[in-house]
Design a binder for this molecule. Structure first.
Ligand code: CMP
Length: 215
């Protein structure tokens, strides 16, 4: 529980009290945790693995809004405003998650102003990311959006060694195109082009991006 950044300000007694009301659970990859429009009753924190947050179009196609990694949390909106889940959540790989019931989550916010501020900062970051994404969808062409998404993934999830960033592939190509907001055919064209220019190397488990050649 100490690993969760939201709780970094709590003292050992407070952490112990919190540990009593949190539930720790392992989930297999590709488990749907909840679906958009369901009523929400639980707050989730990721201890290991990653979870995709996505919305579904009328013909069933998905749009990924965000990927939550270890230390990040989700599922707070419906607990705060009492409305249905604003998006769906599914594990991308085996995960260990910590959960808090809605009443316990709200009680925690009432009692610990630091945690309330941390949640507000998280919500502010998400609004900024969403504004940026609206900008990208409105003003950037599809190729630039793909390259931007690859760079964002590299910065957020990559391991840098010299000029090369290695990004473990937890997303498949369908999911990367959903994240970038482009058709899969566009994604594949851009990837082929970057591979030909030796900017990008793809293996089954990861891809490597040459930052110097990319510029
Ligand atoms: P809730 O609406 O309870 O359930 C879905 C969760 O997905 C939501 O709470 C947020 O935690 C998260 N979420 C919704 N929209 C976004 C977004 N645009 N970016 C990141 N996370 C989101």
């Amino acid at each position: 529980i100490k690993k969760v950044p939201l709780f970094s300000q709590l003292n050992p007694d407070q952490l112990n009290a919190l540990a009593q009301i949190c539930t720790r659970r392992s989930y297999k990859g590709n488990t749907i945790l909840f679906a958009e429009k369901e009523s929400g009753s639980v707050f989730y924190m990721v201890l290991s693995g990653s979870v995709k947050i996505y919305t579904t179009g009328i013909t069933g196609e998905e749009k990924i809004l965000s990927i939550c990694k270890a230390g990040e949390s989700f599922g707070e909106l419906s607990l705060i405003d009492g409305k249905p889940r604003s998006a769906s959540a599914q594990t991308l790989e085996d995960c260990v998650l910590l959960t808090l019931t809605g009443p316990n989550f709200l009680e925690l916010l009432r009692n610990h102003f630091d945690i309330t501020i941390a949640i507000m900062q998280e919500l502010s970051n998400r609004l900024r990311d969403t504004n940026q994404h609206v900008f990208d969808l409105t003003f950037l062409d599809a190729r630039t959006r793909v390259i931007k998404s690859l760079i964002t993934m590299a910065n957020k999830h990559g391991l840098r060694s010299g000029n090369i960033i290695t990004i473990k592939l937890v997303l498949n190509f369908d999911e990367i195109s959903q994240l970038a907001g482009v058709q899969k055919t566009t994604l594949m064209q851009v990837i082929r082009d970057l591979e030909e220019k030796q900017i990008l190397t793809i293996s089954p488990s990861d891809f490597k991006l040459d930052l110097i050649k990319l510029r």
